[in-house]
Design a protein around this ligand. Structure first.
Ligand SMILES: [Zn+2]
Length: 438
């Protein structure tokens, strides 16, 4: 209680914005400050909560009482408020965050939900509210609904503040949430409102716009899912090992149709960029990446999705999901591509999808990376165990086309004949002895 006296509600009114309010990080206090940079201490803090009558949702008793008062007042003015979410335990928050991460990728999950131990909901002091008829529930259009408007105007009178205002994502760490209200007590809520501070962060003098997201380290990336490392850039290649979710991998700087060459636990191989976040290519290698980019195909063509596939607002998993295209659907490629992503049209929406989960339909002329990455058309490959001559026929008497170095992958393009395989390597076709293939 040492800090409690200095921030007693009675003195709250006298605090101006210029002299920023002192941060209170004691989770049992009603004015506790929590965000992604200021997690709860202890992380697994569990408050005393009570059920808000008629909802089955729990809040801290002080917040529950204030909430009931507020709902009654709203009802008097003809507005019916519904409680959508209140207290969430550490474990529940972990579940939610993991679920969002799986659905949208970690980067986007961080914009719309909190990691366990950093959510205001875990304090029992945050309430997500909606209209009784469910209109615009947990959507930004909620701001224009009766409850959205009423709350914006009146919530502070009951001790609630709008915690994640519009246009302040770089400060609060959250996209606009017109439905998320935080109970701080009536006197603090009023002084906050009167201060004109843009956010609770500004009010506390901690509104630095430095990124709340984890730092990106040059030459590394993080896995957002359990991720197969493969021997080549495409789902058809052999799995070397599975890298657990949330691990840091080293980028070699090589990139190919949305796949990255990485090193993890002293193994080097390829992983799909779809499941990497905070990708930061090594500096010296960035140019290499540029030249290795697959040339964009100018013609538009139809392609098939080989998995349920998120269409995003930009080329990369950090972009907003527009919709999820079911597996096996046909999409139209506009011809625009970017680091392994393709701009496509589906159901009159246009957005970007990872090329890893597309296969060609209308354009039979397939580009090499595409064939490799489509799990349907499995490419059979073998690796050379020695420097190996490719010949024009299945005998050492035939002319040498080229010598394939040891340890290279060749594509098997037909069936074996007297111990020889027809293969393709670097777009040349010929025959090699099966003795030196594995
Ligand atoms: Zn909320």
């Amino acid at each position: 209680m040492a800090t409690a006296s200095s921030i007693a509600p009675a003195s709250a009114n006298s605090i101006s914005v210029a002299a920023a309010r002192k941060l209170d990080r004691n989770p049992s206090h009603l004015d506790v400050f929590v965000n992604k940079s200021y997690p709860l201490k202890p992380a697994r803090y569990t408050p005393k909560t009570s059920t808000v009558s008629g909802t089955g949702i729990r809040l801290r008793p002080e917040a529950a009482g204030a909430y009931n008062k507020m709902v009654k007042a709203a009802k008097k003015s003809g507005v019916r408020v519904k409680l959508i979410s209140g207290y969430r335990s550490y474990n529940r928050q972990a579940q939610l965050f993991n679920q969002y991460s799986r659905m949208y990728g970690k980067k986007y999950a961080e914009r719309i939900s909190a990691k366990p131990g950093t959510s205001e909901h875990q304090t029992g002091l945050a309430a997500d509210v909606g209209n009784y008829n469910g209109a615009c529930a947990l959507q930004s259009c909620f701001e224009g609904t009766p409850v959205g408007k009423w709350m914006k105007k009146n919530a502070h009178k009951y001790g609630f503040i709008l915690r994640y205002p519009k246009g302040q994502e770089s400060v609060t760490g959250y996209a606009y949430e017109p439905w998320h209200f935080r109970y701080v007590g009536t006197s603090l809520a009023k002084s906050y409102k009167n201060s004109g501070a843009k956010t609770f962060e500004h009010f506390h003098g901690v509104a630095s716009t430095k990124k709340n997201s984890p730092k990106t380290v040059k030459g590394t990336a993080k896995t957002t899912a359990n991720l197969n490392m493969r021997s080549g850039a495409g789902a058809g290649n052999r799995v070397i090992l599975t890298i657990p979710r949330g691990k840091s991998v080293k980028l070699t700087g090589s990139k190919k149709s949305g796949w990255y060459q990485v090193t993890y636990k002293s193994k080097t191989g390829w992983v799909s960029g779809t499941y990497l976040s905070n990708v930061s290519m090594p500096k010296s290698e960035t140019k290499k990446k540029e030249t290795k980019k697959p040339s964009p195909k100018p013609n538009s063509s139809s392609k098939k999705t080989t998995a349920n596939l998120n269409m995003r607002a930009g080329a990369g998993t950090s972009n907003r999901v527009i919709l999820t295209i079911p597996k096996g659907k046909t999409v139209k490629a506009t011809g625009k591509t970017k680091s392994g992503w393709l701009q496509v049209t589906y159901k009159s929406k246009t957005g970007w999808v990872s090329g890893t989960y597309l296969s060609n339909t209308s354009t039979p002329k397939k580009s090499k990376p595409k064939t490799e990455s489509s799990p349907k058309k499995k490419v059979k490959t073998k690796t050379t165990t020695a420097n190996l001559n490719m010949r024009t026929g299945n005998s050492t008497k035939k002319q040498v086309v080229l010598t394939i170095p040891k340890g290279k992958k060749v594509e098997i393009i037909g069936s074996k004949k007297s111990g020889w395989y027809p293969v393709k390597f670097k777009s040349k076709k010929g025959w090699v002895s099966g003795t030196y293939l594995k």
